[in-house]
Design a protein around this ligand. Structure first.
Ligand code: 1AL
Ligand code: ZN
Ligand code: ZN
Length: 454
C-alpha cells in the first residue's frame, strides 16, 4: 500500500528517461517501475507529462527578515514551486540583519519555517569581521559561507580583504563548509565606477564599462589560488564569462575543489538587451556580449558548469527605477523561470533532459550535502516537478508569484510548462494554485562528499 502513486509519467533519471510509475511512502520514493501494483491513498495520472526531480536553487535572495518588501519567504518560495523548484538556499544578504552569526541564522530559520512552500537551506556570510563566528554558524546548520570580493551594495554586508578571505577559507576547510564567492575585483569595478561617474557617466553603457570581464577573471583566478593553497572547497557563483569558467575548470582538473555556477540570465540576455530593457536586467556581474552567452552554453554542453542558480535578487519597484543606472538596485528576478530557460533554449542547444535535471537538481543537492534531494531514486524524497514538455506558452505578468510582478522573462515564449510540483509527496503547486499550507523544512547539510580528483 502506497501513500501516493504517480502513474505513467516519463521519469527523468541520471541514466535516461523511462515511462514508469513512482510509488511513494511517507514522503519518500520507494519504488520506480512500470505498472506498479498495489493500492494507494492518492493517485496522480502523469501520462503525457515528464517527471523531473524538483529543482534545487542554491542561490536566491528572499530578503526576509528585514527587507520583506523586496520579496519574502512566502512569495519567493511560491514562485520557486511554480517554476518546479522544491529547495532553495537563501543568501545571507539582503535580509536584515544579514546572517553572519548563529543568532541571525536561527532568526531567519524561524521566519522561514511555517512560511516556506519548499524545503530550504541557509547560507551564512563570510565578511570582514565574522571569522570567529563561523564555527557557530556551521553548528547552527549553515550550508556554507558566502563572501563578496567586490562591494555587496549593502553597508552591513562587508567584503573580506584578501587576508581575511585566506584565513576564512582555512576556517571553512576545518569546518568542512563550502565558501561561495561573488568574484569581481573590487579595485577595478569600484575604481572605474568612481572615475566614470565623476565624468558624468550614468547610463547603462557606462555601468557596463565599469565592470569589464577582466574584473571577474582576475577575482576568479585569485579565489582559485587561495582555495588551492588552503585546501578549501569553493563555489563560484554567477560566472558570466567563458574565460572565468575555463580558468576554474583548469584548476579543478589539477585538483582544486571548486564548483561552478552560472545563472539563466547570463544564458538568455546580452549587454545590448540590458541597454534596451534597462533596470529589469541590471545585475552584477553585468550581462555580456553574445559571444560570452555562447561560450557559457558551450561550457554547459561540455559539462564544465556544475549548477544553475537563479540569483533571484529583486528589490521594491522604486529602487528599480531612476535616471542614474549606477544607483538602481542590481539584481534580477528570475526564480520562477530557471527550468523554463533550460527546457527551452537548453534543449535547442543540445542538452538532454537528464543533463537539465543534473544541473538544476542533482549536482546542487550533492555538492551542498542536501541528502535525499535532487534525484528520482528509491530512498530519495518525493520532490517532483511534473512538466508538459512540448507545451508552448508565453510568460505573462499574471503568471508571476513573486512579490513584485517584474521579470525580464515576461513576454518570452517558453517550450515546456510546469503543471504540478510535489514536496515530499505532497502537491505544493498545481496549475497556478497552492492547495496546502506551507510545509517547508529547514535542511541541514550532511558531510560533503569528497570530490574525485581528475
Ligand atoms: N546584494 C545582492 O543581492 N547582490 C546580488 N546582485 C546581483 N547579482 O546583481 C549578487 O548576488 O551579487
Ligand atoms: Zn553576487
Ligand atoms: Zn546573489
Amino acid at each position: 500500500m502506497y501513500d501516493l502513486l504517480v502513474r505513467g509519467g516519463q521519469v527523468v533519471r541520471e541514466g535516461g528517461v523511462e515511462t514508469a510509475d513512482l510509488g511513494v511512502v511517507e514522503g519518500r520514493i520507494v519504488e520506480i517501475a512500470p505498472e506498479l501494483t498495489g493500492g494507494a491513498r492518492e493517485e496522480i495520472d502523469a501520462r503525457g507529462l515528464h517527471v523531473f526531480p524538483g529543482a534545487v536553487d542554491i542561490h536566491v535572495h528572499f530578503n526576509e527578515p528585514g527587507r520583506t518588501e523586496w520579496e519574502g519567504i512566502d512569495t519567493g518560495s511560491r514562485a520557486l514551486a511554480a517554476g518546479g523548484g522544491t529547495v532553495f538556499a537563501d543568501m545571507p544578504l539582503n535580509s536584515a540583519p544579514p546572517v553572519i552569526d548563529a543568532a541571525t541564522l536561527d532568526a531567519k530559520r524561524q521566519v522561514a519555517e511555517g512560511q516556506s512552500y519548499t524545503d530550504f537551506a541557509l547560507w551564512g556570510g563570510l565578511t570582514s569581521g565574522n571569522l570567529a563566528w563561523l564555527p557557530d554558524l556551521a553548528e547552527a546548520g549553515a550550508v556554507g559561507f558566502k563572501a563578496f570580493m567586490s562591494n555587496s551594495g549593502l553597508a552591513e554586508f562587508t567584503s573580506p580583504d584578501d587576508l581575511t578571505l585566506y584565513e576564512g577559507m582555512k576556517v571553512a576547510r576545518e569546518l568542512d563548509r563550502i565558501v561561495a564567492l561573488h568574484a569581481e575585483n573590487d579595485s577595478i569595478t569600484g575604481g572605474l565606477a568612481v572615475r566614470i561617474r565623476a565624468e558624468g557617466g550614468s547610463s547603462c553603457a557606462d555601468y557596463l564599462r565599469s565592470r569589464p570581464a577582466i574584473a571577474e577573471v582576475e577575482a576568479v583566478g585569485r579565489a582559485l589560488l587561495l582555495a588551492e593553497e588552503t585546501g578549501a572547497k569553493i563555489h563560484l557563483v554567477h560566472l558570466s564569462t567563458g574565460r572565468a569558467v575555463a580558468l576554474a575548470a583548469e584548476a579543478r582538473a589539477r585538483g582544486v575543489d571548486v564548483s561552478i555556477e552560472t545563472c539563466p540570465h547570463y544564458l538568455s540576455f546580452t549587454g545590448e538587451d540590458m541597454e534596451r530593457l534597462g533596470a529589469v536586467l541590471k545585475c552584477a556581474p553585468p550581462l555580456r556580449p553574445q559571444r560570452e552567452v555562447d561560450a557559457l552554453w558551450s561550457a554547459i554542453c561540455e559539462g564544465l558548469i556544475d549548477t544553475i542558480g537563479s540569483d533571484h535578487s529583486p528589490s521594491s519597484l522604486d529602487l528599480k527605477t531612476g535616471e542614474d543606472f549606477f544607483s538602481i538596485w542590481g539584481g534580477i528576478a528570475g526564480v520562477q523561470s530557471t527550468l523554463s530557460v533550460l527546457l527551452t533554449e537548453g534543449r535547442e542547444r543540445g542538452l538532454s533532459l537528464p543533463d537539465i535535471a543534473r544541473l538544476c537538481a542533482r549536482t546542487p543537492a550533492e555538492r551542498f550535502g542536501l541528502a535525499g534531494k535532487g534525484r528520482l531514486d528509491p530512498g530519495a524524497d518525493a520532490d517532483l516537478a511534473l512538466v508538459a514538455l512540448d507545451t508552448e506558452w508565453v510568460h505573462t505578468q499574471d503568471d508571476l508569484h513573486t512579490r513584485w510582478k517584474f521579470s525580464p522573462y515576461v513576454g518570452r515564449t517558453f517550450r515546456g510548462q510546469v503543471r504540478r510540483t510535489l514536496l515530499r509527496g505532497q502537491t505544493v503547486y498545481q496549475d497556478g494554485h497552492f492547495p496546502h499550507p506551507p510545509q517547508g523544512r529547514f535542511l541541514r547539510p550532511a558531510p560533503i562528499p569528497q570530490e574525485e580528483t581528475a
